[in-house]
Write a protein that binds this ligand. Structure first.
Ligand code: HEC
Length: 189
């Protein structure tokens, strides 16, 4: 009987540790993959945004973001076999709202930043064995025409276009170097 119980315990422990095992090697691999995807998505979004800004300034670029940002990330999601999402505590587009776990990650990054420590990507496995990658999105100078301070970097015309498309916009008032939000990438395998 005792032997049987020991045997069962061994099996249960083995199963549990199998399910949650995520070796350092796996972590490194998913961190690299996540970084590659986030960089590709950032490049694609900013290249297209810059083109639209050159062609018609914020008046053209904002409606473009409004219609295309989601489509661009969705296309890249297919290419990389991963769900690519951008989210934040202060949203412009409500469709980018954070999940419970993403809120916790956002809080963690904000706390780390306040403590003046470096922000490093987080890789983890959830209860359904899905792998996730989270990385900070930091404000750059060229983001401020649409996310900076009204009357300073954001002119009145830009502000009124933003408000007409996003009456509940909270993604304003940022400075260069601020934590804007996070990339949240979920791998399909
Ligand atoms: C031309 C104006 C414009 C510029 C410049 C711009 N954004 Fe945005 N941003 C938007 C609009 C419009 C949205 C909402 C549409 C969307 O992308 O879902 C948005 C949404 C976002 C979101 C998604 C979260 C949310 O609030 O909905 C993030 C993150 C973001 N921007 C970061 C940046 C960063 C970082 C830069 C600079 C590299 C930048 N933006 C430059 C207009 C702009």
């Amino acid at each position: 009987m005792v032997k049987k119980i020991f045997f069962l315990i061994t099996i249960v422990v083995a199963l549990v540790s199998c399910n949650t095992s995520f070796s350092e090697k796996d972590k490194e691999a998913y961190t690299l993959k996540g970084k590659e995807i986030a960089e590709a998505a950032f490049l694609e979004l900013s290249t297209q945004l810059t083109e639209q800004m050159k062609a018609g300034g914020p008046a053209q670029a904002i409606p473009f973001c409004n219609q295309k940002a989601m489509r661009i990330t969705n296309q890249l999601s297919e290419k990389f076999e991963a769900t690519i999402k951008r989210t934040s505590n202060d949203l412009r587009n409500d469709q980018n709202a954070p999940s419970k776990r993403e809120l916790e990650i956002l809080d963690e990054f904000h706390k780390t930043k306040l403590e003046g420590k470096p922000l490093k990507p987080i890789v983890e496995v959830d209860a359904t064995n899905k792998k996730h990658f989270y990385a900070p999105i930091i404000m750059k100078a060229n983001c401020l025409v649409c996310h900076g301070t009204i009357n300073e970097t954001v002119n009145i015309k830009t502000d009124s276009i933003i408000k007409s498309l996003y009456p509940n916009d909270k993604a304003i008032g940022y400075n260069e170097g601020d934590l804007r939000g996070i990339w949240s990438i979920t791998f399909k395998n």
